[in-house]
Design a protein around this ligand. Structure first.
Ligand SMILES: CC(C)(COP(=O)(O)OP(=O)(O)OC[C@H]1O[C@@H](n2cnc3c(N)ncnc32)[C@H](O)[C@@H]1OP(=O)(O)O)[C@@H](O)C(=O)NCCC(=O)NCCS
Length: 158
């Protein structure tokens, strides 16, 4: 992990007014080659639904990443996790993931699941956090050049 002892990361709860910050990180974090990023209207739509919560990560006061999640009864889903390239490998992704798991637990969830493109290096982060593969959707993601990529569903007991 990179270390810059002077840097401070804080996690704050976000709302729909933070959509600009979410979209700025979305554009920087997701490579259009893989078709994983959400549009602004997809984000705005889901943020209006019950059980959805947004966590923003700020590093030295600057937008660094976010996690968008949803809880329904005893199941929670991590919908999106993103950290801007300049802020990666400082532990922010793991910090967001742990905070999502804690919040999901406190909302009564017993399992957290997520969908990830096959081949995404984020798999290492998720494996280390206790996730395992429970399913696969063939050709779920479509990149900007038309190529398609499987989605892997991962889950972790809370
Ligand atoms: C995946 C992502 C959120 C990780 O964020 P991050 O802040 O860099 O993650 P962390 O620093 O907390 O990483 C924790 C550990 O996960 C593993 N890891 C994270 N990113 C990795 C990578 N690209 N390659 C290999 N291992 C990785 C490492 O074990 C790392 O520990 P280390 O740095 O001590 O080796 C970030 O790379 C990202 O935004 N990617 C694009 C969006 C995306 O694919 N999101 C996930 C799918 S929804």
């Amino acid at each position: 992990m990179n270390t810059l002892p002077t840097s401070q990361t804080e996690l704050v709860e976000g709302t729909a007014v933070d959509l600009d910050e979410v979209m700025a990180t979305m554009h920087l974090a997701f490579d259009p080659a893989f078709g994983e990023a959400w549009t602004r209207s997809q984000c705005a739509g889901i943020m209006g639904l019950g059980g959805v919560w947004l966590l923003l990560a700020r590093r030295d006061g600057q937008a660094a990443g976010f996690a968008l999640s949803r809880g329904v009864l005893d199941e929670a889903e991590l919908l999106l996790l993103a950290v801007q390239p300049d802020h990666r490998r400082f532990g922010i992704g793991r910090m967001l993931l742990d905070a999502v798991a804690n919040e999901a637990r406190s909302r009564g969830a017993t399992r957290l699941h997520l969908e990830m493109r096959d081949g995404n290096p984020a798999a290492i982060l998720y494996e280390r956090a206790g996730f395992h593969e429970i399913g696969r959707r063939k050709r779920y993601y479509r990149g900007h050049d038309g190529s398609s990529f499987d989605a892997i569903t991962l889950a972790c007991r809370l």
